[in-house]
Design a protein around this ligand. Sequence first.
Ligand SMILES: *Cc1c(COP(=O)(O)O)cnc(C)c1O
Length: 407
Amino acid sequence: MKELDREAHDADAADPLASFRDLFAGAETELVYFDGNSLGRPLAATAGTLSDFVRDAWGGRLIRGWDESWMQLPFTLGDRLGASVLGAAAGQTVVGDSTTVLLYKLVRAAFDAQRAADPARREIVVDRDNFPTDRYIVEAIAGERSGAVRWLTPDPAGGVEPDELSAAIGSETAVVVLSHVAYRSGHLADAAELTRRAHAAGALVVWDLCHSAGVVPTELDAWGVDIAVGCTYKYLGGGPGSPAFAYVATRHHEALHQPIPGWMSADDVFAMGADYRPAAGMRRFLSGTPPIVGMLALGDMLDMIERAGIAAIRAKSEALTAFAVRVSDVLLAPLGVSLATPREPERRGGHVTLSHPAMREVTTRLWREDVLPDFRFPDGLRIGLSPLSTSFRETLTGLRAVADALR
Ligand SMILES: *Cc1c(COP(=O)(O)O)cnc(C)c1O
């Protein structure tokens, strides 16, 4: 087993991003964090950002803060996300609401626009393994708009593949809703190809980027993506309940009408006029007052991502998941653990899922020992490896604890 220790040591020594780990609060402890794909660790600097905000911005500028910067923050942060993480030119990304709410607003807007253009398009396509929120929203929209759901049933240890999608779409498809990285298996969808297939059938695609934003680069503009949403509290480190982001390609802005119009999405916010007219650009997808306090940590994390570069983050992510698979093959496979994630690094996102019937009990025990993975029904232990805050040594220590717990 000395071999694995040496590999972890050498990988940390060669890691160009290793020093970023020291910037996270709590990284100096022995705790092993395998859940940065559910809630990223905070940056130590964010404590200062928050207290400065209370004292100087909120406390000092008071209501003037809205005019001076807060009204623009959802768009400036959105543009930074677009440039550093999403592959989106400015003016197409906004931060606000939750992923659930943005998915609802945008899937419904896309459905209505498609249906208005062609009444035969009444189906929304989604997969049975998609995140619950995505499935519930698709079912709700189909119900309230007299549409229908068409289900895909991908391999639970994989995800939606282009041919499976092609077989399910056609002249009745309005919208396709897919996750870029499957939350259970970690499967990385071929978003460019799936988008191309959907467009060939006349459908629009809404991508859920929750498990890829900040760890797997996307090229939303180059791939011709229509709409995407994602959360900021996972790999983007925005903190518990930080708001989500939405991307809508410029070519769709005019035609999309979201179902929760509010004063913040009106064309002249402070005119407070009698009739609602949607704003031009991404503002039309907001509803009410944006959650400014909830966006502050995201700004700090974007500073880091801009410095590190998303390509380097992805390279380390692939190395970390490959190391986790290697350790699992050596230490856990002999104990009956199987890999429920694609084996090729380029076909998965930032986490690895390990299956064994005892994983629920294993998780409970590990949490007591300050080793924090998470459990996903029915028998999956998710090992989330956040590249800026996770070391190879930490990965080895945590997987050894899994082996001990199983024994
Ligand atoms: C985490 C996650 C969500 C969360 O949605 P919220 O509205 O932030 O609770 C949605 N979709 C996927 C794929 C996720 O992984």
